[in-house]
Design a protein around this ligand. Structure first.
Ligand code: ATP
Ligand code: MG
Length: 366
């Protein structure tokens, strides 16, 4: 799949811009603070409905205006799509082929996106929520079922937490928990099963990537990291039983604290390089390689699940990677994945022997 055109109106520091893209490589070149990341952000928004760097929609609107409009033309193997996002005041409206979406999250699954930027180091060394988000967004982009189940699950956790607090304060009887326990376990297990399935595949890919990126010196092991005693071989029934019995055992503690202490909303992915937990003890270089290996695995995973490569956004990554890793990255994407690369200059990128377009950005103009 690839994005063939993009129209921006009053988005960040752009006032009006119409761009046509290369199906292979697009180089976005400019000094600092000119609008390179803003352009990637617009593309990311057309894929996911949200920004990758802010939850505040109003920040995306040009300071002098009170709304923005984005339009993209997406070319996929079987069909083309017109994607539109319009923000006016506080309301955001999303259309696919002129049809307004009921829920903004329904946009996921048309334009699949993977973004890699220096902040992705956090994917490795940041809190578990970063890694959960990685899995959730990846799975939500390829499986609407996952996205819906996760949403329901999150709702159940919220309501169950409220009830736990009420029980603690003697405002509700403990028996009321039963029905919520049931839902928590049912939905939670569905989420976990999907994650475990994905991880089984990602695991193999990530090990291969890390090995290639380090000439065989580093071996990366991914594992689902949960308080529940489960792994990739656990059956759905085993997970359910384990989940149920865990919350039974923790009943008193959960009521005391007023929160649900176990389940997919608390799980993590453990990342071990040569027997060392790279989340905590990895060197910067190891962490960077691991982040890259995870992203490249995501790329291949998506391809294997949906039959097409997603669009790849590389924000400023070449300043952080050494030659060997940069070359490997470029070799991997060559001529098969539409890629947008931002950089302050063309130096290293000129060696790329592939079909590309260059866009020079200055103060929100191309
Ligand atoms: P760097 O190389 O430093 O990463 P960049 O080219 O990626 O720079 P961007 O983050 O794309 O820079 O753009 C930042 C510019 O956009 C800044 O000058 C900022 O002030 C401006 N900007 C950000 N949000 C808005 C907005 N809502 N309206 C107008 N201008 C904005
Ligand atoms: Mg930038």
């Amino acid at each position: 799949m690839y994005l063939s055109q993009l129209f921006l109106n009053n988005f960040r520091n752009y006032s009006e811009e119409y761009l046509q893209f290369n199906p292979n490589l697009n180089l976005i070149i400019g000094d600092n603070a000119q609008g390179k990341t803003n352009l990637l952000e617009a593309i990311y928004l057309l894929g996911t409905g949200n920004s990758h760097r802010t939850n505040v929609n109003s920040e995306l609107v040009n300071w002098e205006e009170n709304g923005f409009y984005l339009k993209g033309e997406l070319i996929k193997e079987t069909q083309n799509y017109k994607l539109e996002i319009k923000m006016q005041g506080r309301s955001k409206e999303i259309r696919v082929n002129n049809n307004k979406l009921e829920k903004n999250s329904d946009l996921l699954g048309y334009l699949n996106i993977i973004i890699f930027s220096p902040e992705d180091l956090e994917l490795v060394k940041g809190s578990p929520s970063r890694r959960r988000k990685f899995l959730n967004l990846e799975l939500s982009q390829i499986q609407p079922y996952y996205k819906h189940t996760l949403k329901e699950y999150d709702q159940v956790v919220k309501q169950r937490n409220q009830l736990l607090k009420k029980i603690r304060d003697a405002n509700a009887p403990q028996e009321m928990l039963e029905v919520w326990d049931q839902q928590l376990v049912d939905l939670g297990t569905k989420v976990i099963v999907k994650r475990l399935e994905a991880l089984e595949k990602l695991k193999v890919l990530a090990r291969l990537m890390q090995r290639k990126l380090t000439n065989g010196a580093e071996s990366l092991k991914l594992q689902y990291d949960s308080k529940l005693n489960i792994d990739g071989d656990s059956s759905k029934e085993e997970i359910k039983t384990e989940f149920s019995s865990y919350i039974q055992r923790k009943r008193k503690k959960e009521i005391e604290r007023g929160v649900t202490t176990v389940g997919p909303h608390r799980d993590d992915i453990s990342l071990v390089v040569n027997d060392v937990d790279v989340r905590k003890y990895g060197s910067q270089g190891q962490q960077r390689t691991t982040a890259l290996a995870l992203k490249l695995s995501e790329l291949e995973f998506m391809k294997s699940e949906i039959g097409e490569y997603p669009v790849l956004l590389l924000d400023d990554v070449f300043s952080e990677l050494d030659n060997k890793r940069s070359n490997y990255l470029l070799e991997t994407i060559k001529n098969k994945i539409q890629t947008f690369i931002t950089n302050t200059n063309l130096k290293r990128l000129k060696e790329l022997r592939q079909n590309h377009n260059i866009y020079r950005i200055k103060k929100g103009s191309v």
